[in-house]
Design a protein around this ligand. Sequence first.
Ligand code: FEO
Ligand code: CA
Ligand code: CA
Length: 555
Amino acid sequence: MSYNRRKFISFMGKAGIGAVVMPQFLINCGQVTTPTNNFTKTSSKRLNELKKLTLKGLEASDKDNLLLAKGLDYHCVVKWGDKINEIDTFGFNNDFTCFIPFDDNTPKDRLLWVNHEYVNPLFVSDFNANSNAKKTKEQVDKEMYNVGGSIVRIKEENGIWSVVQNDPHNRRITAKTPIELNWDTAIKGKTTVIGTHSNCSGGITSWKTFITCEENYQDCFGETRYNNNNIATHIPSYFGWEKIYKYPPEHYGWVVEVNPKDGTIQKHIALGRFAHECCTLYELEDKRVVAYSGDDKKSEHLYKFISSKPSSLKEGTLYVADTINGKWLALDWDNHPILKDKFKDQTELLIRAREAAKLLGATELNRPEDIEIDPITGHVLVSLTNNSDKNDFHGSILKIEETNGKFDALTFKASTYKAGGEEHGFSCPDNLAFDLAGNLWLTSDMSGSSMNKEDKPYIEFKNNSLFVIPRYGKEVGKVIRVASAPRDAELTGPWFSPDGKTLFLSVQHPGEQTTDLNNPTSKWPFDNDQIPKPTVVAITGDLIEKMNKLNIIES
Ligand code: FEO
Ligand code: CA
Ligand code: CA
């Protein structure tokens, strides 16, 4: 598909899709916009404004604060431990954020989904991982409560977003919530499993539900590993929950869908089991769905599911990428003798998707993280955060160009969009988000144990940050730092409000390296108790408004 010169950008919070490629569902999720005569007349002026824009970025900083570039300000929306209703509190380590309109006419009244990826036991359950103590059931229960996700109704008044206390929609999904499998075969004897955890990034569906992805699931209930003779062994988890609750590892590592209106929830087996960072959906004209998802583990793979029926995340085929030869390889038990030899059926293949991918010759990648579709070009961008095993310390952003621009194509071209490192001023790319004008925002995730250490390759980058790559203006294509995170923290889950005036952002794991609660490595957000708290913030200001306006037509 060749892209029309006339490009229309609309908005759906995390990414925009150009007129040629924009799926209707994403238009509906954000500001519903239809080009009008008036809109067309004003566009060239707006474009000229964007082209004149200059941006002054921040220097790298190791300060314990959320620092923002000139023209930006922030306020806290919701923090770990905040009450969201009579019984529930907001979970720990917030990551992916995502909006669904409360109804289509109320852009400032929304249901916010927030992932709670994992816990720091020192803060959450008062368990010291460095001691010889045995974790109690009560401690495991606290940890299991603080992961999963939160749904909160939020409203904006006078420029401030806040949680509507005790709204009936406010609820927690935790590692104890019963969840149905969207599959015809039971897994380890169950069709309903207990809980979700390790919820890193996510996505949104055309039918206005949230997608939350189970990433480092092995940390909670361990993993099943197979030797060359196909004999299974249990690999213990980091958190040790399986010592109290004997839930099988196979119940985790899936893409999970949540209906924000009633909290119903299901796991999509057809999308495979691995450390899903995210799931980025695209709806084709005939309503079939394409879903991209990366496996954030060293030398693992990039996957794409193509449904065979409209709006289905069950009927269809899962593919894995061979980026060397530009091919999507079908993980289809029926049609590959090599897969039939190894696995007893398609269900076992999907549970052991990593092994199946390797048998087909999928390309090892350097930890695929977030995935977004460029609204102007239709290119699929994938953060490859780093891979020390392959001496890739700074990562890169991979560009996938599907053949003829068709998202259900089975061939593509792969290249590097932008490499991390000193030259471009960022390292370890993680979350990505396109704004209304097609600027690309990205966050970095250097590990807490490596940041600001003289003997590590990250010293010059100082704290993790949020960057923007402007599509227009004097700094076009440059990587500009617009926010610097508090100490040990990572900025995650960027999502724009539908009017483009607010950027929601998670500040995850501030003070992660703390070993003594009386002397935390971070005190952000500077509450009276001086304990660092994962927090969702709203970033507003002149700079966002200038960079990020609705409804651009480029002619
Ligand atoms: Fe949870 Fe791949 O970051
Ligand atoms: Ca991530
Ligand atoms: Ca990461």
